[in-house]
Design a protein around this ligand. Sequence first.
Ligand code: PHE
Ligand code: NA
Length: 450
Amino acid sequence: MSDKKSIHGIWASRWVFIMAATGSAVGLGNIWKFPYITGVNGGGAFVLVYLICVALIGLPILMAEIMVGRRGRQSPVNSLIDVASESNGSTLWQLIGWVGAVAGLLIFGFYSVVAGWILEYAVEMGSGTFNGSNMEQVGNIFNALLADPGKMLIWHTVFTVLTMAIVVKGVNEGLERGVRILMPILFVLLIVAFGYGVSSGHFIDAWHFMFDFEPSKLTAKAVLSALGHAFFTLSLGMGTMIAYGSYMTQKASIGSTALLVVFLDTAVALIAGLAIFPIVFANQMDPGQGPGLMLVTLPVAFGNIALGQLFGTLFFILVGIAAWTSSISLMEPSVAFVVEKFKLNRLQACLILGGLGWILGIGALLSFNKGSDILFFGKNFFDMLDYVTANIMLPLGGLFIALFAGWVVKSRISREEMSVSPLAHQFWLVLVRFIAPILVLIVFIYNLLQ
Ligand code: PHE
Ligand code: NA
């Protein structure tokens, strides 16, 4: 076992690590993005591929990242350097960490804008705007928000400041205490929304939409976004889980911990889908309408149930908090690295990196109004940030992490660090050495050939 310690601190217990990792994983990816891309990609076939990717690619790579972090006890870049050299591997593996830090900033750019929508919605919900509302009214409110860069800028700025305020202090102060209570409450409120979906009379349609397998819907594009989303939703492929693993206590078991995080993340996504799609079908909406999906459906649900104003306000506040605990983890890898590399303090690192993320976010929020005709390969800036990170950078990062953990790290070291049974370790090795990399490559090649 390695007796290194992280200079950035350590999670107090296994439980705190689980909360932090789940806080990172569960976020807008589950509640905002999963339902909307399920809709865009036609439902069932997409969901099945996503679940397969989570199990065969996401889970083993999550274990790999935590393992590398805990072994290296530093930011992703420096952990990769140290863990590679311990196994006589090349220092070039650190590139995964550099690219990952950039990916984190790019994701932050659009993530913070969506989080801003959520905060605006919490206020609107609280002031009763959505009481008794119908789909059309809510749709108009959302479109008005997109047309108002000033309002989005305020919320984006608020969210950026909130994120950096926690990152400055170091992730294990403050963060953990909050998540421990808030995540369970979010779960309960999601069940309330889900209950509305069940009672809407269109639950069965939603179920069929999400779980009926239609091979014709298995386009190359759908398969790539399912793969990309498996990485995005589990915070993989960019170093977040390496950074969080580096603060994990030596005793905690990596296997069972990773399994629990994957389970919770997947459950939240599926419940969010089953809360949103019944409303979509009950109102003859287009499930493939895109990023606004949750923002034009859930306010209708909360606007039309008893105590909905209260539940709805709480719900949006909690989604905002879930987004917050995720965005913190988007910034942590690059901040930890800048602190180590350039000997800056956390405040300086946060000002620089938070500033960069904030500027990217301005580009993202302008792409819905003033900058809507500035296109990159046919996508506006917001969609481009999302596409390039989730569908390209994260799967590539994950591919290399799998290869690194499987082929470069000596198997004696990975077994010792993960402290799982020899059989489970063998099984994990097969997944990171062969299955996960081959599946990622197949999806990439399939897309290039289309
Ligand atoms: N997993 C987060 C979500 O689903 C997003 C995220 C991606 C966070 C990558 C950190 C790193 O919302
Ligand atoms: Na997630």
